[in-house]
Design a protein around this ligand. Structure first.
Ligand SMILES: NC(=O)c1ccc[n+]([C@@H]2O[C@H](COP(=O)([O-])OP(=O)(O)OC[C@H]3O[C@@H](n4cnc5c(N)ncnc54)[C@H](OP(=O)(O)O)[C@@H]3O)[C@@H](O)[C@H]2O)c1
Length: 165
């Protein structure tokens, strides 16, 4: 039986957090694919030889990006903390990614963090729309997120637990 790691799709790999995820996974020889918005910038920042799918998670046909993918790590973020980016970018893009991951049968979806995960003055909580987390987050990689059956955003995060169970 093969013990080789399956392909990981990294979203947000050109960002401050994502570039470290890419670096660590490359060091561990994990087969990677990156969803990036700018090929030239991704190659300049991360180096050549990466499997890149180019597009915006808000409108790209995500199916091909997920083909053959076993796990996803998303560090996607709008940086638009006070300008509504949570509702216009972070949540809808992440919801699309989770839906595509489920469609593709991806085993695990690791959502690094998001605006509104912890109380921030002037920023709506990620869960304030009525969606509720299905399971208590674990300190490390949580199982694939369970989208809400309602029209609420499919991904919901909570502040990390302060103590380990
Ligand atoms: N850094 C912190 O202190 C901190 C604290 C708490 C929470 N967080 C959260 O953690 C996550 C990662 O933070 P970060 O600082 O690493 O963020 P970042 O540097 O702004 O990186 C965000 C990444 O998401 C990508 N992205 C944004 N919108 C996209 C879209 N529509 N389609 C595809 N890719 C898109 C960006 O691509 P481009 O390179 O093309 O722009 C970039 O690679 C975010 O959700 C952030 O809100 C961060």
């Amino acid at each position: 039986m093969s013990t080789a790691p399956g392909r990981v799709l990294v979203v947000g790999g050109t960002g401050r957090t994502g570039r470290h995820v890419v670096s660590l996974l490359r060091e561990a020889d994990v087969p990677l694919r990156l969803l990036v918005r700018d090929r030239a910038r991704a190659e300049a920042e991360l180096g050549a030889g990466l499997d890149l799918v180019v597009g915006d998670a808000l409108d790209l046909d995500l199916g091909p990006a997920f083909a053959g993918v076993e796990r996803v790590v998303s560090t996607l973020g709008s940086r638009d903390v006070h300008g509504g980016g949570l509702r216009t970018v972070d949540l809808p893009a992440t919801a699309r990614l989770v839906a595509a991951a489920r469609e593709a049968g991806v085993a695990r979806f690791v959502l690094c963090s998001t605006i509104g995960a912890v109380p921030t003055p002037g920023v709506p909580r990620t869960c304030s729309s009525g969606s509720r987390p299905r399971a208590r987050p674990r300190p490390s990689c949580a199982p694939a997120a369970s989208p809400s059956p309602s029209s609420a955003p499919a991904v919901c995060t909570t502040a990390p637990p302060t103590t380990r169970a």
